[in-house]
Ligand binder design. Sequence first.
Ligand code: SF4
Length: 401
Amino acid sequence: MGLINTPTAEQIRIVITGLRNSGKSSLFNSIIENNIAIVSDIPGTTTDPVMKSMELGNLGPVVFVDTAGFDDIGELGKKRINSTLSNLEIADIIIFVTKINEEITQIEKDFLDILKQKGKKLIVVLSFADKEFNNNKIKFFQNYDYITVNINDKNDIVKLREKIIKLSNYIEKEINPLDGLVKEGDTLFLIVPIDSAAPKGRLILPQVETIRDALDKNCSVVIAKENQLNIYYNLKKRPELVITDSQAFSIASKNLPKDQPLTSFSILFARKKGDLNLFVESINRLKEIKPGSKILINESCTHHRQQNDIGTVQIPELFKNKILRDVIFDFARELPAKQELQKYSLVIMCGGCMLPRNKILFRLKILNELNIPVINYGIFLAYVNNLIPRAILPFKKYLKF
Ligand code: SF4
């Protein structure tokens, strides 16, 4: 899939980090062949992370991220360092930039220790390679995957790009929504409500990606609104899979044959972006939730809330009506700090279609460490519509249960 078709969230994320004034932004500009990042001799010019996508050989679509220096100072500096750390958390590849002509500092050594613990692919760029080499520095990095780079030398930039591309075999790429679920020649029947919550004049990302993936896999696709299910019965051949918007689960399950394989876009994305096993396992822990418990709804991006908004209205109401009335709901786009998070008995996440998978996996890791059950909207809506296990049966070869 080319760059135009790949959402930024699904591109391989290459994060450039280093001390202020180590040459990060000049390197970023040289790699992407553009002057997007502001370059200056004054330390701390890069404040918010700067991003640019490009095609990079076998790696396919990648996004380079230039971050603020991890030695930034002051109150704002602290915030920038936190932003750099968040970006490193979701990186696939980290490029650590340090000047070849200067001694390694203690702050760099400490930071490298943090980076090593993250277990990500790390390339060290010894920048300013046109200056005199500091032998101690070369010695320090001899066991790292390093490269010397003079950003004014195009050959150096080409070599660095080639070094990054060589990591392609080690990077886990995000799967496509239908991988392993369909085969060439299958027919898919998609139920897509066009109601007041649907964006004007377009389909939402999970629907678009699923349709594109079905076409890539040489499947045919029939799309109908939830009030047009007669189209299903007019088909000459029964579809191998029906995929519905989670909000039409109930209509779909009532109106389609009981043995028709059925799932939802949101469950496709629960596997693609998160950990389907963990979500399903958490369903079994709903019975542990006690009266008075707090539940966090984690909806990851901003949108104009409709009257009957799924995250703030429908899910809390369904929970109270079908599981337990006496609970308190909170809402957040980012996960709160661990201490704050501990007060929750359950987290219900949106499909996360706009987020990099690494970001969702990082959230799941934190919740797992705190032993807090976590489910996504699709799994929750399937459960309250009595569609577990039916809605997860198409994934049975991926499930532990
Ligand atoms: S990231 Fe979450 S809230 Fe945003 S569009 Fe995707 S599913 Fe909806």
